[in-house]
Design a protein around this ligand. Structure first.
Ligand code: GLU
Length: 305
């Protein structure tokens, strides 16, 4: 497996030249566009990596998978999906248009920014600090990595420039879709997006979801089979921005990407995969990361379809 992963990185590294690192969050523009790494975590706990798989990066929207799981654990799926839908959009991840023109006004799904802000607003805790600590603790548990934390520089950079997210949140507040202090909810959202991890960390999350909610290395159940099914389904339909349909056709694996260049993938009952390559295509997905996943999916026949 290690040889296969090494050849996938070598075969596809040249694609990194065709993309650009995200710059709308200024701190993210400091990443090295030619990085590329992959890690596979099997359900028997075996782990394999190649390239820059141990390099930390900003998980950004991959955190939406984590906050969705925690929000459902805290509130139940009925409450969560009363605030956010389950439908894909053809719109970009930070689009505001359908919030206003569609009725009901709730965001289409928990993987776009509006939906993720509504989901994050449901995370339990008495104070902002308690909420972020709960989110970090949950992330540490499903990554098996006690050092997981968020990057303060990325968080502040996003807080300073996140006016589009601010607009989405205040709009949802005006429609009664989120309760509580909007700035505090946004602060939690910005910190959650700034969580750092490497390919192994996100591959392990993928393995927990692939294993129907049971942590492969400890045997502990963290989410029900039902919630793990919901998460995988929403990843398939909505996880790769407005390229989710194409990704399903060519690769066929539940996955969630982030503008930090990570892709978390979860092959039901087989493995979790983490990919990192910060040079992005025009839709916001890792340009070389997609190629690596496409080759891996073909090689190991991973498509669920
Ligand atoms: N923190 C980013 C934002 O809200 C997340 C975007 C992403 O990774 O898709 O714009």
């Amino acid at each position: 497996m290690e040889n296969l992963l090494t050849s996938l990185v070598n075969n596809n590294i040249s694609y990194t030249k065709d993309g650009n690192v995200a710059s709308y969050i200024p701190e993210l523009s400091k990443t090295n566009p030619s990085d590329l790494g992959i890690c596979v975590v099997n359900l028997d706990g075996k782990e394999y990596g190649a390239g820059d798989f141990e390099k930390n990066f900003s998980i950004q929207s991959i955190s939406k998978v984590i906050s969705l799981m925690l929000a459902i654990l805290d509130n139940g799926q009925r409450e969560v999906f009363s605030k956010v839908g389950m439908e894909p959009t053809g719109d970009s991840f930070n689009s505001i248009v359908s919030l206003e023109v569609k009725n009901p006004h709730k965001p289409f799904n928990p993987m776009i920014n509006a939906g993720a802000i509504a989901t994050t607003a449901l995370i339990g805790g008495n104070t902002l600090e308690e909420k972020i600590e709960r989110l970090l603790e949950f992330t540490r548990k499903i990554t098996g990595n006690d050092n997981i934390t968020y990057n303060k520089d990325v968080y502040l950079s996003e807080k300073q420039t996140g006016n589009r997210n601010r607009a989405l949140a205040y709009f949802m507040k005006s429609n009664g879709l989120i309760d509580g202090d909007v700035e505090e909810i946004l602060d939690l959202y910005f910190r959650q997006c700034s969580i750092e991890g490497n390919c192994r960390d996100i591959a392990r999350i993928g393995a927990v979801v692939a294993n129907d909610g049971i942590i492969p290395w400890s045997g502990e159940r963290v989410i029900s089979r039902e919630v793990s099914r919901i998460v995988k389904t929403i990843m398939v339909t909505c996880g790769m921005y407005d390229a989710s349909g194409e990704f399903a056709v060519h690769i066929g694996i539940p996955a969630k990407s982030g503008v930090g260049g990570g892709i978390l993938a979860s092959v039901p009952r087989r493995m979790g995969i983490g990919v990192y390559g910060p040079a992005l295509d025009s839709k916001g997905n890792s340009i070389a990361g997609i190629q690596v996943l496409q080759e891996l999916s073909k090689e190991l026949d991973l498509s669920i379809f």
